[in-house]
Design a protein around this ligand. Structure first.
Ligand code: KG4
Ligand code: ZN
Length: 346
């Protein structure tokens, strides 16, 4: 029996993503981003994102089908992100997916965005027909919208949220700190580049929720707003004193604090739960220090680290298609048309 051919649609934030997979084989992964339209606001504007999805969806879909060399008729199923994410943005993708399902008569699967990030890991971009993924695994998902630690026992039936950020997402913290250092949006790549020539030990910034009393209650949760405030205060004091701000040192010290707390908590989850596997996902995984520290500490702890290619780590439609294909292969019933976009889907 041939592996299912599935189309995936992702519109939860500012990326319009359409992907096509056959089982665990990636056939197309096309993305249109409205990032540039948000740059002058310093963050994603929901209304602007929703409108951009409306404009981008049809061309993105056409390109993805062309690249995959398949027609809508050939699909076995359609999968779409139903949440969590920006309400108006999600509605565009869900509406489009329902329309396609009605028009083609194909089964439709509603997919959780965060589980989609984990699902990206099964995809193979080579000719080997799919990655050998083992469960259980701990997954650390870090982007502009989420910072979550998951225990994945089974991709389609058993994903447990261990913890998440109680305030800002890690990528959001990068973007906000970049802004106060006068660097353009999105700030993550800018800070990463500036940090390369800085001293990560120059300033000791706080590691959120890492004190013993916090670890008792929030062992797998994250907090980045205190860190952001600490950086802001440090920079202000410099400016008030009429001294220049050492941007590279601030960037390196901030990046170190974020990377340290992310990796420390992810490795702690692996050790506590006896799960010697860690998967990273989300746009912040592009960060050079996050990757290096994860590699170093996973290696030292005997933990197998998986980092999908960056094009599959950031928001995309292929990860949604991949999860859809797993649901089809697992004999799961389709979602039907009765579901709605749910911005706060757990
Ligand atoms: O996954 P993603 O493309 O979109 C969502 O937010 O869902 O992640 C984008 C986030 C932005 O906050 C961006 O600043 C951050 O990922 N980012 C980085 C780096 N590249 C992107 N953060 C730190 N270092 C980077 N190199
Ligand atoms: Zn995401």
């Amino acid at each position: 029996e041939a592996a299912p051919l599935v189309l995936g649609i992702e519109t939860s934030c500012d990326e319009t993503g359409v992907g096509v997979v056959r089982g665990t084989r990636l056939l197309a992964n096309v993305i249109a981003s409205s990032m540039e339209q948000h740059a002058r606001y310093g963050g994603v504007v929901p209304e602007v994102a929703a409108r951009a999805h409306l404009e981008a969806l049809t061309p993105t879909l056409t390109t993805a089908l062309d690249e995959a060399g398949v027609t809508l008729d050939e699909l076995d199923a359609i999968a779409v992100t139903s949440g969590p994410g920006l309400s108006g943005a999600l509605m565009v993708g869900v509406g489009a997916a329902k329309a396609l399902a009605v028009a083609t008569g194909k089964p439709l699967y509603a997919v959780n965005h965060l589980v989609g990030h984990v699902g990206a890991d099964v995809l193979s971009t080579g000719d080997d027909g799919g990655a050998e993924v083992e469960y259980p695994t701990i997954a650390l998902l870090v982007s502009g919208g989420h910072t979550s630690l998951l225990l994945v026992r089974d991709l389609i039936s058993d994903v447990e949220l261990l913890g998440e950020t109680i305030d800002d997402a890690a990528g959001e913290a990068f973007d906000k700190v970049a802004r106060l250092l006068g660097l353009p949006y999105p700030g993550g790549p800018q800070i990463d580049a500036a940090a390369a020539s800085g001293d990560p030990t120059a300033i000791r910034f706080p590691r959120g929720l890492s004190l013993p009393k916090d670890m008792a209650e929030h062992r797998y949760d994250f907090s980045f707003s205190g860190l952001k405030t600490a950086v802001a205060r440090w920079v202000e004091q410099r400016q008030d004193a009429g001294e220049p701000v050492p941007v590279a040192d601030v960037a390196a010290s901030f990046r170190e604090a974020v990377a340290d707390v992310l990796v420390t908590k992810a490795i702690a989850a692996c050790n506590d739960l006896g799960v010697p596997r860690l998967l990273l996902g989300g746009g912040v995984v592009a960060n050079a220090r996050v990757r290096a520290l994860a590699e170093q500490r996973a290696d030292a702890a005997g933990i197998a680290l998986r980092i999908p290619p960056l094009s599959l780590c950031t928001d995309n439609g292929a990860m949604i298609a991949a999860l859809g294909a797993q649901l089809v292969a697992g004999g799961r019933p389709p979602s039907g048309l009765g579901f709605a976009a749910d911005s706060t889907l757990p």
